[in-house]
Design a protein around this ligand. Sequence first.
Ligand code: TXA
Ligand code: MG
Length: 310
Amino acid sequence: MDSSILQAANILKSGGLVAFPTETVYGLGADATNPAAVAKIYEAKGRPSFNPLIAHVLTVEDAFALGIFSKHAKLLAKAFWPGPLTLVVPAQDNCATCELARAGLNTIAIRVPSHVIARQLLQAFGKPIVAPSANRSGHVSPTTASHVCEDLGNRVDLILEGGSTEFGLESTIFLCSGQEIILLRPGSITRQMAETVVGVAVQDSDKDAGLVAPGQLASHYAPRAHVRLDVSQPKADEAYLAFGPQPGLDAFAVENLSFSADLTEAAANLYAMLRRLDQSGAKTIAVSPIPSHGLGEAIRDRLARAAAPR
Ligand code: TXA
Ligand code: MG
């Protein structure tokens, strides 16, 4: 095994913080069983401590040891793990993760990542790793190691380099309570994909405000610039986040999420392009209309948060 992985596992064992790549975004990892280590995550992120964290584990069996899985939850786990999916389930009585990591809730968010470096780290460490996205609270999530460095710099003991992340959006989160599946955060595993597997309709969380993921504050994914949505013709002083073929644009700075209007490519590019447009110095980032089907639901969700008043 790579010596940097062993070094990272040792840092986790001694209660330190390691940023590592996953297939979604980079995570800021700590030993899930060590409250002092988990507290350092909240401190480094500047995150309100009521926000519960996702426990990352190596296998589906490891996940079953932490949480109680309904029939539907098991079907989702078997279909999409390892991969960009998080399931919120009731915690087992003897759940190994500390209460601080769960923010005192009796449910637990669990994910089995597929990224090879994340998996090597989980294997070398041998225990669950809690990891929020490795950004300061309220900033956009990091999709490269240098984003982590810009945001957290010396607040983290080690950053494992793994290039650009594959999906570029945080994992889909489903709350599995009883027979119901509730979408808490849209992502690369779409509601349609989940419905195909479980054979029942996925419910929306916003029908019942109490079920919204505590971290889903409206303005969570925020660049510094003001964000204006569904704009086909940007103003000359605006930065523009385009989607699909866009000939003859006159804008301050332009990035195109996907010239071929491919939603998967757009998701992977979203955060890095928002960062670059933010750094252009424009006061406003105008965003092209994005379709709402499939992965478009997750992209529109993140953009709506970036545009929310704050
Ligand atoms: O793709 C991802 O999920 C990344 C990578 C690093 O795995 N992680 C990530 O973590 O996005 P974070 O902390 O930025 O977002 C986790 C979300 C938060 O909105 C949190 O409130 C919610 O999961 N969450 C965690 N535990 C929960 C629970 N028991 N009930 C409801 N929501 C929960
Ligand atoms: Mg986050």
